[in-house]
Design a protein around this ligand. Sequence first.
Ligand SMILES: Nc1ncnc2c1ncn2[C@@H]1O[C@H](COP(=O)(O)OP(=O)(O)O)[C@@H](O)[C@H]1O
Ligand SMILES: [Mg+2]
Length: 230
Amino acid sequence: MADPITISDLTKVYREGQIEVSAVNRLSFSLREGEVVGLFGPSGSGKTTLLSILGCILRATSGSLKLYGNEVSTLPEEKLPAIRKRYISFIFQGFNLFPALTAMENVQLGLKMKGISGADAESRAKEMLAEVGLEQRLRFLPRDLSGGQKQRVAVARALAADSPIILADEPTGNLDHANGRKVMELLKKLAVDKNRCVVVATHDNRIEDIFDRIIYMEDGGIIRERRGST
Ligand SMILES: Nc1ncnc2c1ncn2[C@@H]1O[C@H](COP(=O)(O)OP(=O)(O)O)[C@@H](O)[C@H]1O
Ligand SMILES: [Mg+2]
């Protein structure tokens, strides 16, 4: 079977007036099932841009993106929502929770976008929130949750959707060490237990040991790669 993600010569150029920035510069790699991959690099190195292209939220300027062997970069815009629905869960930087919805409702909304609603969605949301240790907080609004708890709701939403590819942008950025590790361990468990492909953009070197593979970026390019310690 084809790898979940294969890119070749992938490039993204942002144009603003006369100025061009190559945020992603001719990158090529394949990512496997069951692999937890870290995209490391300083701010501005192109991590968010790359992750957004992998998640079919943003289109590359040139080059190829294949998901499970299917070319995505040449598909028309209107096909992309279906691709995202089928393959991708995205954990955004800064949680992206709806402030007026409870933890349960936020997770259920994620399920609704995948076409699951009603009693199914409810029991699944409950199960996932329990999985991330929030069974006592189902009816809490985001403002009544700590940063770590909010991030765990965002992880539960991604878990519930049960997508084969999970992309997370700086998921530990707003968390203290203990909560950051908890979130990463949940993502790791998902890769190991369910053979998911998990890609995490981060510059948090406290969590380096979690990754099976680390790709170090600078100025849109790969400067170094390491296969992990685990
Ligand atoms: N929407 C945009 N328009 C123009 N330039 C952008 C845009 N988004 C990001 N950039 C530029 O692209 C480069 C990579 O940014 P980004 O992907 O956000 O990196 P990182 O996530 O590693 O901080 C930076 O130079 C940034 O200023
Ligand atoms: Mg970023």
